[in-house]
Design a protein around this ligand. Structure first.
Ligand SMILES: [Zn+2]
Length: 330
């Protein structure tokens, strides 16, 4: 039996408790089902705004909060404490133009895991606009504070491995494996589990893509081998796996590790004409010019006869959802 007690009762935030009739609260006090109930609650958080569109706002807020919990800092957090950090995460790992840290802070309330109220005691719901958002200025002025349900914090504090499991699921659902460690670093997650749990078909996809590109990076020609094994040569999904990008050659590219990561991070892209795009946001010294910026406008290597380069539907998804506009002029 997991005790259902608030972690910070008696503090000035003591009012921020679970609703007494919350079904999740009841389920979390039922032994045996607690872990499954909690995972299902996080899995069912609604994140997506459109077909295949990326909206990683809630996952990034939750990862920030879970990292904080893992550092031993549970309980309510003021919006002003996370606003800038979340904005930077959205800019670095969200789709182009992603902003508005206030959206997840308020909207996560409807997903059964998160509570928000004003430290001034005002009714924040009274400030909801027609989109059911509370303006960022109100969250600041009314000193909005949010927190995971106290019962959830209690369970996660008692079972630290669950924090890793939830973090892994949030990452797998919203980002490609090449970015997982970067995001965990950015949110300050001190302990982490393996997150790259590939789908069974991935091995077939990898072998197909490496074979048709003759095990060479389609951007730079790198073709490392260590003994009999490929070294630093990978199969990339152009439209991310996490967003229904299929395991087919029309959505694949053989890339070296550096260019795979640069594609997933939006530093590189593929233009309508099949040439490499380089983001104007990418900068650095002579090596960056040599290894990345110098690719600007270069045509992708074509796969062996009878096979296809990435198709426009997938490169377009990548340009709209991942690539950091604008591209450099060629
Ligand atoms: Zn390469």
């Amino acid at each position: 039996m997991v005790p259902a007690r608030p972690l910070c009762g008696g503090s000035r935030w003591g009012r921020l408790r679970s609703p007494s009739d919350g079904s999740l609260t009841h389920e979390l006090t039922n032994d045996g089902r607690t872990e499954r109930t909690l995972l299902e609650a996080f899995d069912s958080i609604r994140c997506f705004t459109g077909k295949h569109g990326r909206a990683p706002h809630k996952p990034l807020l939750l990862l920030l909060v879970l990292a904080r919990l893992q550092r031993g800092d549970a309980g309510p957090i003021e919006f002003s404490e996370v606003e800038q950090k979340l904005l930077h995460l959205l800019e670095d790992f969200g789709p182009p133009g992603a902003k508005h840290p206030e959206y997840p802070f308020w909207r996560l309330r409807s997903d059964r895991v998160w509570l928000v109220e004003s430290a001034k005691g005002t009714d924040l719901a009274a400030f909801e606009n027609s989109s059911h958002d509370v303006p960022v200025s109100r969250l600041r002025d009314e000193r909005a504070v949010g927190r995971l349900l106290p019962e959830i914090e209690t369970v996660l504090t008692a079972r630290p491995s669950l924090v890793n499991e939830i973090a892994a699921r949030l990452l797998e659902r919203s980002f490609p494996p090449t970015l997982h460690d970067d995001i965990l670093d950015a949110v300050g997650m001190p302990y982490r589990a393996e997150t790259d749990r590939r789908r069974p078909r991935d091995a077939d996809f990898r072998e197909l893509i490496l074979r048709i590109y003759e095990r060479r990076c389609a951007m730079c020609g790198f073709d490392g081998r260590l003994g009999r094994a490929d070294f630093g040569v990978e199969a990339a999904h152009v439209q991310w796996h996490a967003f229904d990008g299929p395991d087919i050659e029309e959505n694949g590219l053989c890339l070296c590790s550096l260019h795979h990561k640069a594609l997933d991070a939006g530093a590189l892209g593929v233009g309508e004409d099949g040439r490499v795009l380089v983001s104007e946001h990418l900068c650095g010294g002579s090596r960056v010019h040599e290894w990345l910026i110098g690719l600007c406008g270069r045509p992708l290597s074509v796969p062996t006869q009878g096979h296809m380069l990435p198709q426009p539907a997938f490169t377009k998804w990548h340009r709209e959802q991942v690539f950091r506009d604008p591209p450099r002029a060629t």
